[in-house]
Unconditional design. Structure first.
Ligand code: ZN
Length: 282
């Protein structure tokens, strides 16, 4: 893919390198969000500090991925170990940026999905650390998705603002509703809370951006992804709380990148086509 930006044909290798660099810098900011949001701290001020000695991190030590390796994974001042997760999130965000732009191109859709992917990365790691999903992202994101769908209906492939609003609302309803009903069933069957409110709000948020089909498939495939660590815990007899957010995020990404193929193999695409045909003839 050689996109044309501002009338210039950009060679593939060049934009991939640039997208990775840009993504890893964003990843550095996502690290700040992951650390500070669940602690109710501002993500803007103060600038990045060492969690150990609170000394500001020098700009050249803060270079994504490479900075951590240059320091040998330790703070320059207090020599406290810095988690490998910092460069990992930076590299992951860099790769996710390249992947999203490769799949959707330098289009408005591609940029919206990019922001959504960034939100999913933040949510996943906060959920792993604290078993919570911040409302700022899930509820705030749902509001943003709804607003965006009204001002820009083509996000859902429709033309009027009413249709855009309908698609986003339906997405919120199917995303949140499917997990809410599952949670109610789980509470009834297992007599304990089985589905967190954060998960419900997260899938509702995704529905606002991606519509009801994508969140419905995500609802169906995420438990299958969660089955892998679930079975491993049973085999190795480990007791851990497994947050569900990262599996929803993984399910969303798989569905977003492979929706046509998934619609075909799950038969959902065919079902939707038959309903449309039925409505046309009756
Ligand atoms: Zn330090």
């Amino acid at each position: 893919m050689n996109p044309i930006i501002l009338g210039i044909v950009v060679p593939e290798l060049f934009w991939i390198a640039f997208a990775f660099l840009f993504g890893s810098i964003v990843g550095s900011f996502l690290n700040v969000c992951i650390y500070r949001m669940p602690r109710e701290e501002s993500v803007v001020t103060p600038p990045s500090r060492c969690p150990g000695c609170k000394k500001p991190i020098l700009w050249y030590d803060n270079i994504p991925v490479l900075g951590w390796f240059a320091l040998g994974g330790k703070c320059r001042h207090c020599k406290k170990r810095i988690s490998w997760r910092y460069p990992f999130v930076e590299a992951l965000t860099g790769l996710a940026t390249v992947g999203t732009l490769y799949r959707f191109g330098f289009t408005p859709h591609g940029l919206v999905y990019l922001v959504l992917v960034y939100a999913l990365i933040v949510v996943s790691f906060i959920d792993i650390d604290f078993q919570i999903i911040p409302d700022e992202i899930s509820v705030g994101g749902a509001g943003l998705g709804l607003l965006l769908s009204i001002v820009w209906p083509s996000l859902h492939g429709v033309h009027t603002w009413v249709q855009g609003w309908q698609q986003a609302s339906l997405g919120i309803l199917v995303g949140g509703g499917s997990l809410y009903v599952t949670g109610m069933l789980g509470d009834f069957l297992f007599k304990k809370e089985s589905m967190g409110g954060g998960d419900i709000k997260l899938l509702a948020m995704a529905g606002a951006f991606l519509g009801w089909k994508v969140v419905l498939i995500t609802f169906l495939i995420s438990p299958m992804i969660a089955l892998i660590p679930g079975l491993m815990m049973i085999i190795f007899k480990k007791e851990h709380v497994i947050p569900y957010g990262p599996f929803l995020a993984a399910g969303l990404l798989i569905t977003l990148f492979a929706d046509n193929w998934l619609l075909r193999v799950t038969g959902i695409g065919e079902t939707i086509r038959l309903i449309h045909e039925y409505r046309q003839w009756h």
